[in-house]
Design a protein around this ligand. Structure first.
Ligand SMILES: Cc1cc2nc3c(=O)[nH]c(=O)nc-3n(C[C@H](O)[C@H](O)[C@H](O)COP(=O)(O)O)c2cc1C
Length: 198
């Protein structure tokens, strides 16, 4: 059954051997975990842990534990978090220099520290501003660009489709979506009813 859905994928010139993606996981998806995922599950694309865009721009060397790639790893997408369009654009450029195969912007994180910085799922509250961030990041890199979103920023607001349209217009290539509202954090089962389709 699974083989029906398993297929190679090419995104903005990046050829992936299949369309399985290992999700970004803070505290977990480091190089060692990605290597294990690669060996045992062979995902076409792996994600880093989320990386602070401002820390990356200010002192990339201090971010080495997030940036390290094993030579035998396949394509790795670097996930960035932040709010400032200029800093995110610059961080995307640095990440590209450090070997990123793709860049992702975290638009789904519900953790207090990230929300306090106006980042993570807070970005979904203002789709127009999010579009400006995406445009700035798009200018900085030619790599595949994605934004990882939720269905909406709050229980009473589901704007994933609006954001998907704006993001696509500004040059986003992929749209990983966590099928849940922020208030439901890691609720199971996933709510697939509001996932963007167009
Ligand atoms: C421990 C843990 C850490 C996570 N960290 C991140 C993260 O840094 N960035 C992100 O976009 N999503 C993060 N997520 C969400 C996952 O990427 C994924 O979207 C979520 O677990 C839903 O997938 P699942 O149903 O297969 O668990 C994390 C999830 C877990 C369980």
């Amino acid at each position: 059954m699974a083989t029906i859905y398993l297929r190679p994928l090419t995104v903005r010139g990046l050829s992936l051997c299949n369309n399985i993606v290992q999700a970004p996981m803070a505290g977990f998806s480091n190089a060692a975990m990605r290597l294990l995922a690669r060996r045992w599950g062979n995902p076409g694309l792996c994600f880093t842990e989320m990386i602070s865009s401002s820390a990356l721009v200010q002192n990339p060397l201090a971010q080495q534990r997030y940036l390290f790639l094993y030579p035998e790893e396949g394509p790795v997408a670097f996930q960035l978090w932040g709010r400032d369009p200029h800093i995110l654009g610059e961080a995307a450029r640095v990440a590209a220099e450090r070997g990123a195969a793709a860049i992702d912007l975290n638009c789904g994180c519900p953790v207090r520290k990230i929300l306090a910085a106006g980042a993570g799922v807070k970005l979904m509250e203002d789709p127009v501003f999010l579009g400006k961030i995406v445009a700035r990041m798009r200018q900085s890199i030619n790599l595949p660009l994605s934004i990882k979103i939720r269905l909406g920023p709050s229980l009473d607001r589901s704007n994933a489709v609006e954001i998907a349209r704006i993001a696509a217009e500004e040059g986003v290539d992929l749209l990983p979506s966590m099928a849940g509202m922020v208030a439901k954090a890691m609720a199971r089962p996933a709510d697939m009813s509001g996932s963007p389709r167009w």
